[in-house]
Design a protein around this ligand. Sequence first.
Ligand code: DP6
Length: 323
Amino acid sequence: MSLTSTAAAHPNIAFIKYWGNRDDRLRLPLNSSISMNLAGLETRTTVRFEPGLERDLLTINGEPASGDALVRTVTFLDHLRRMAGTPLHARVVSATNFPAGAGIASSAAAFAALALAGSRALGLQLSERQLTVLARRGSGSAARSIPGGFVEWHAADRDEDSFAESIAPPEHWDLIDCIALIRTEHKKIGSTAGHALAGTSPLQAARIDDAPRRLELCRTALLRRDFSAFAEVVELDSNLMHAVMMTSSPPLYYWAPESLAVMKAVADWRRENIEACFTLDAGPNVHVLSTAQYAGEVKARLETMPGVQAVLSSSPGGPARLV
Ligand code: DP6
């Protein structure tokens, strides 16, 4: 056994969001979610377990990592060591091909790649479903970066039941995510802290109660490639999550003034019959989803908007893979 393995995974954008856990340590979400992997953007990670190494070492984009990133990685590797029954420490070398701090959630791709590379390095033969459960322990949204294309992650009470699976392959629908980059600095309150605050909002219970209905609307719209139904539920779901964020204690305001300007412009474009809708994660950048037919026009319009620094675009991506 070589004790080393390399894997690559894409980040993903959620259409129906994950915000709040029933168990923060196990990352068991309160509601199921749906997302699309982002082709072209990826994290590539090599894990090497080494006899004689006294602690885990992490390098991200060529720099030795410490602090929160290292603590999360060590916690994850501890879990893997328990699964494989080994005391060995590891060297983890990870690199992303999208700008660090571009405001694209990097933990999803990072923990999906780490779960695949780390489990293979230790000789564990996990099914795709088991890999999603493993990746989830590192970052909830990482469960959705293991399967390919359009993915649903199921909420459940037990660790082994909260897994993700593909609901349609990448070729199913030619959606493009045009990411309008508005601020690229690191957010002050990350997702993990945000999930823990979700329950302090009086709106969270209503968001969770209605989640199965939105999930069903989104899944059906996706499977039928019905853009107008899709746009309606995706924007509603993003706004609901941000309403919860803004009414938590302390309140979390992730939008910038320029984010709102883009959101309003996208709604206007839809009235011109351009297929476009918005969604925002825990940050000010706006993900504008459109179909391939309209993506060029959408990207060009976004690039002329004040406050938009750059626009990345991505089509539906495949599963996490060994390299
Ligand atoms: C707003 O998966 O990043 O992007 O489990 O603490 O790592 P942790 O949180 P994370 O949360 C993602 C939150 C979101 C919505 C989503 O992707 O569903």
